[in-house]
Design a protein around this ligand. Structure first.
Ligand SMILES: O=C([O-])C(=O)C[C@H](O)[C@@H](O)C(=O)[O-]
Ligand SMILES: [Mg+2]
Length: 441
């Protein structure tokens, strides 16, 4: 008999973040996540990490009675019951922010991750080996260097982290203003030195498009061999996207959400048109975020690289997208938001189980590196993450660090990401506009 789950702990947590800029505004000095910890009768613990919001915390509570008392091998039963309960809350929208505002899919993922962690431990198998039709497909997962334009923290009175004892170039640059092509190339060099990335992505949707194209030119000059992409989160109109990216298309491997919903045209329609007009492959974490959207995106030939982040596709869902991509001649990739080391492990296992050639996964980890809630966070070396061979997710929770992160959450009095708050220090009264780069006001 497999052990029963005796306890479900829902632990909202917070960590430190820099002044990272994007279409939604500027990151606050903190980021908010939710950790789910399941304990079973044999004393094992399983964990999951997702974004946090009041809705998500409530959604997890709604599933408590389905999880507690279940056996650790009842993964599918618990997940389908949870799905049914959550569906009664009504339909949900991703929204137009750079981040996904849905509840149910995140709640399911937290439960799924913690259950697979426990089930894997009971079976003596790593989660990657249990996922998808084929299990583990690789022992190392490539990650990309995820770069951001950075606001000047000294223009705010917010408690942004400061580096006191830099150990390397990355520590020198990660919390300082970076608004020029040179500064972006410097970030890439410093990140390369520490992590060995072969690919880079620049978060756009901040400056006028042409200025961001100049940053790509600087990145190419610094790393002529690197696969590069620019992601304005759909801020540009179709014409703007073509105008900005056509001159640098030979430097880009693909364009991520260059345009999106525009007037009466859907994001899938404008992206399909963008692909026709430029010949550039496209990636998205905005217009193919569930099966219906993915079907429409494929029918319209709008997307080459669905960035199926397990946090909003579920772990099994993300691998299913990877399997479809492999069959349909598309390329699987993963999006990310700020995250702790549990999510890093979840994304690594998921990417390991996707068959065929996949693209380097996004991770915000480089901005959080040094913080942890597990004893030994996975490391990025030579641009890669090793997929563990130990049972479950292969991580061990550090209770003291978890409590520290929870105390930080409690001290903040915020329950959800809000990038407008910090942005208002740079532009008084700043408000989100999905069709205008953050500093174009
Ligand atoms: O690829 C993306 O769209 C993201 O990583 C979305 C995130 O919300 C990003 O914009 C951020 O962290 O500011
Ligand atoms: Mg994106």
């Amino acid at each position: 008999m497999f052990p029963k789950i005796t306890r479900m702990n829902i632990v909202p947590v917070a960590g430190e973040d820099g002044f990272l800029l994007n279409l939604s505004g500027g990151h606050a000095p903190w980021f908010i996540r939710c950790v789910l910890v399941l304990e079973d009768e044999s004393g094992n613990r399983g964990v999951g990490e997702i974004p946090s919001s009041e809705g998500i915390l409530k959604g997890l509570e709604q599933c408590r009675s389905l999880v507690e008392g279940a056996r650790v091998n009842e993964v599918k039963k618990v997940l389908s019951q949870s799905r049914a309960v959550l569906s009664r809350n009504g339909p949900e929208e991703r929204g137009r922010q750079t981040f996904d505002l849905r509840v149910a899919v995140h709640v399911i993922t937290a439960i799924e991750s913690a259950l697979f962690d426990l089930f894997g431990q009971a079976m003596g198998m790593p989660v990657a080996d249990l996922l998808g039709q084929f299990g583990r497909q690789r022992d190392e997962v490539e990650a990309l260097g995820y770069l951001f334009l950075l606001g000047d923290p000294d223009k705010t009175d917010l408690p942004y982290p400061k580096t006191t004892n830099p150990v390397d170039a990355w520590d020198e640059v990660r919390y300082r203003e970076a608004m020029t092509p040179d500064a972006v190339a410097n970030l890439a060099r410093a990140a390369y030195e520490r992590y060995g990335f072969k690919d880079f992505k620049l978060k756009g949707g901040v400056l006028p498009g042409e200025k961001e194209a100049d940053c790509i030119r600087a990145l190419h000059e610094a790393f002529p061999e690197a696969r590069l992409t620019l992601d304005p989160n759909g801020a540009w109109t179709l014409d703007e996207a073509v105008r900005v990216l056509e001159p640098i298309k030979h430097l880009l491997s693909y364009a991520e959400d260059p345009c999106g919903q525009q007037g009466s045209y859907s994001g899938r329609e404008t992206m399909a048109e963008f692909k026709k007009r430029t010949g550039l492959p496209t990636a998205t974490n905005m217009i193919a975020t569930d099966y219906k959207q993915l079907k429409l995106a494929v029918e319209l030939n709008a997307v080459d690289i669905p960035l199926a982040d397990c946090h909003f596709w579920t772990m099994q869902g993300a691998v299913a997208v990877g399997e479809l991509c492999n069959e349909w001649g598309m390329t699987w990739g993963s999006h990310s938001n700020n995250h702790f080391d549990i999510s890093l492990a979840m994304m690594t296992h998921v990417a390991a189980a996707c068959p065929g050639e996949i693209t380097a996964i996004d991770t915000h980890w480089i901005w959080q590196d040094g913080q942890r809630i597990t004893r030994e966070p996975f490391q990025i070396r030579d641009g890669k993450l090793k997929v563990p061979t130990t049972p479950g997710l292969g991580i061990e929770l550090d209770d003291e660090k978890l409590m520290e992160a929870h105390q930080k959450y409690r001290s903040l009095d915020v329950t959800q990401r809000n990038d407008a708050m910090a942005m208002q220090y740079l532009i008084k009264g700043w408000e989100f506009d999905p069709k205008r780069p953050a500093l174009v006001r």
